[in-house]
Design a protein around this ligand. Structure first.
Ligand SMILES: [Ca+2]
Ligand SMILES: [Ca+2]
Length: 195
């Protein structure tokens, strides 16, 4: 798996069938998404961050354009699993499969990656402060920095079980039980409109 599209060419029938097996999409849905992808794609069948944003804007609901921008920036990063700053068709389909149709568990893993800005595999306080700060500044007019820092301190006091100063995926998943608001915070974007 993965090799067939690694050269980022237009996917063939067999790649589409493979993607169907790996994701929650039907073959028809994959073909339709391919057309949508193709409208934006470069000749090597990849899309840049800007192309990604304009492809997904209509699928993402947001209370403000600014929040949508921040969210799509993070989503691009989470979709770009090989971190080459472009999204190939496989990354697109695999990411969308979780985004649009993923199980609660898969969506939680995606939202973990949205917070894990440096791809270290764990969430550090500065990452939470950064994203919550940007999001809240779209929502509130006065400066929330102090409140956010306190909230993040409390989250780490509660959830950083092994005390290493970062949240592992396992610790993050416990947050769903203890601090559902923080998970909902990003997951509210993960509800997408069917076409
Ligand atoms: Ca990539
Ligand atoms: Ca990190």
């Amino acid at each position: 798996m993965g090799q067939l599209l690694s050269t980022a060419e237009v996917p063939h029938e067999k790649d589409e069938a493979e993607l169907k097996d790996e994701t929650h999409f039907t073959l028809n849905e994959i073909k339709r998404l391919k057309q949508e992808f193709q409208k934006q794609a470069n000749p090597d069948f990849t899309i840049s961050k800007e192309q990604f944003k304009s492809t997904l804007t209509k699928h993402v609901h947001c209370w403000s354009v600014g929040a949508q921008y921040i969210f799509l920036e993070r989503l691009f990063d989470a979709f770009d699993t090989d971190r080459n700053k472009s999204i190939d068709f496989r990354e697109f389909i695999q990411g969308l499969s979780v985004f649009m149709k993923g199980s609660a568990e898969e969506k939680m893993e995606l939202s973990f990656r949205l917070y894990d800005i440096d791809h270290s595999g764990s969430i550090e306080p500065k990452e939470l402060i950064n994203i919550m700060g940007k999001m809240y500044s779209e929502f509130y007019h006065e400066d929330q920095t102090q409140k956010i820092k306190q909230a993040v301190e409390q989250i780490f006091a509660d959830l950083d079980i092994n005390g290493d100063g970062s949240l592992s995926l396992h610790e993050y998943k416990l947050m769903a039980l203890k601090e559902p608001m923080l998970i909902d915070f990003l997951e509210q974007f993960l509800i997408v409109t069917p076409e």
